[in-house]
Write a protein that binds this ligand. Structure first.
Ligand code: NDP
Ligand code: MG
Length: 383
């Protein structure tokens, strides 16, 4: 039996995690849950799982909710500090980091400091502070297991060979809803179109990131830190069916891939159960019916985010934090109708190029450049 804390329990990854837990016959026990604003759903989750603590980070949302139906044994904590408190709590063995965006950094850091096992969905933590987080995890004994499907695939494929034998890592990308669009068509896409992903059902921020391919750019940076890879070994290929989740090519020419239907319950469960595998409830591939797998090169002209991701992986330092913050704000701007779809990536490039680079930043400096980059996007939107 493993006690888990699910940070971001009301989101897409959080809900899938609780589904995995509910069929695990008590093997994964959610003893702490955290959400930002969906207090009604959080209350329902608390009634079902009867955790010891729940955290609501938005005080206004917490104040609006009637908590009279909260189980007597569940302690309600309001405010951001509650995240780090439950992430480091001695009764928690595994922290599922499923908050979206840089809001997930400090609680993931607290889990790293406390030497926890971390099922990491919040890729933004590694994009912002991958070097610091991985170094600190080595010092404290924290174990970071990827939930992101591509990184879970790479993690599984890496078990087939040694680090010195890796020729390249190939991250697959569905290409999002605009894979076949011309530059002209891209200039006219709407928020509604961008929120419809062809193969994955995810939260709004990562869905927009998939449409711009910034998601894959962030994943290049994530892979660079998570697996301590030289950035030039990481490639991206378009694979519209989202069945091959990523591949590792070894020096002898063998390419090892991980395949499964596009469903996050499998990588979530593997991050929780590793090194064991469980039957679980994720859908299984039906190889008795026709299965077509297509691969095509990623077009860097049409999706300039990719090069930005490689640049951030190469330069390290403050670049990832600036790219991540600029992108989060630009996506907010697009969702609010203040920025065009095709402006998101150029805004990010401009802000990355104009920032004052530091090769060895502290966590505090990373938070400072994060704030600076957000203000720059706001200024851009106002011009
Ligand atoms: P969602 O938007 O569906 O959920 C986000 C969760 O974070 C919600 O529980 C939300 O609370 C909470 N949250 C939002 N803002 C804050 C804040 N300021 N402080 C504390 N909690 C906050 O996102 P996803 O589940 O799609 O994504 C979560 C993470 O997983 C992201 O980093 C994403 O990149 C990564 N990921 C997601 C995949 C997917 O399939 N969805 C696949 C691979 C990676 P509330 O809803 O109560 O407001
Ligand atoms: Mg992914």
């Amino acid at each position: 039996m493993t006690n888990i804390a699910v940070l971001g329990s009301t989101g897409s990854i959080g809900v899938n995690t609780l589904e995995v837990a509910s069929v695990s016959e008590g093997r994964f026990r959610p003893v702490a849950l955290a959400a930002h604003s969906k207090t009604h759903l959080l209350l329902e989750q608390a009634q079902e799982f009867r955790p010891r603590s729940i955290v609501v980070t938005d005080p206004n949302a917490a104040a609006r909710q009637d908590w009279s139906a909260l189980p007597a044994e569940t302690n309600l904590i309001v405010g951001d500090d509650g995240l780090a408190e439950i992430a480091a709590s001695p009764d928690i063995e595994t922290v599922v980091a499923a908050i979206v965006g840089s809001a997930g950094l400090q609680s993931t850091w607290a889990a790293v400091e406390a030497g926890k096992r971390i099922a990491l969905a919040n890729k933004e933590t590694l994009v912002m502070a991958g070097s610091l987080v991985m170094r600190r995890a080595r010092e404290t004994g924290a174990k970071i297991l990827p939930v992101d499907s591509e990184h879970s695939a790479v993690f599984q494929c890496l078990q087939a060979g040694g680090n010195q034998e890796i020729k390249r890592i190939v991250l697959t990308a569905s290409g999002g809803p605009f894979r076949g669009f011309s530059q002209d068509q891209l200039t006219r896409v709407t928020v509604e179109q961008a929120l419809k992903h062809p193969t994955w059902d995810m939260g709004p921020k990562i869905t927009i990131d998939s449409a711009t391919m910034m998601n894959k750019a962030l994943e290049v940076v994530e892979a660079r830190w998570l697996f301590d890879l030289r950035p030039e070994l990481i490639e991206v290929v378009i694979h519209p069916q989202s069945v091959v989740h990523s591949m590792v090519e070894y020096i002898d020419g063998s390419v090892v891939a991980q395949l499964s239907p596009p469903d996050m319950k499998l990588p979530i469960q593997y991050a929780l159960s590793y090194p064991e595998r469980l039957a679980g409830i994720s859908p299984k591939l039906n190889l008795a019916s026709a299965l077509r797998l297509d691969f095509e090169p990623a077009d860097p002209e049409r999706f300039p985010a990719l090069e930005l991701g490689h640049e951030a992986a190469r330069s390290g330092g403050t670049t990832g934090a600036v790219l991540n913050a600029a992108n989060e704000e630009a996506v907010k701007g697009f969702l609010a109708g203040e920025l065009e779809f095709t402006e998101i990536v150029p805004v990010c490039r401009r802000i990355v190029e104009n920032h004052t680079y530091d090769a060895q930043p502290t966590l505090e400096q990373l938070l400072q450049v994060d704030r600076w980059a957000r203000e720059e996007v706001t200024r851009w939107v106002c011009i």
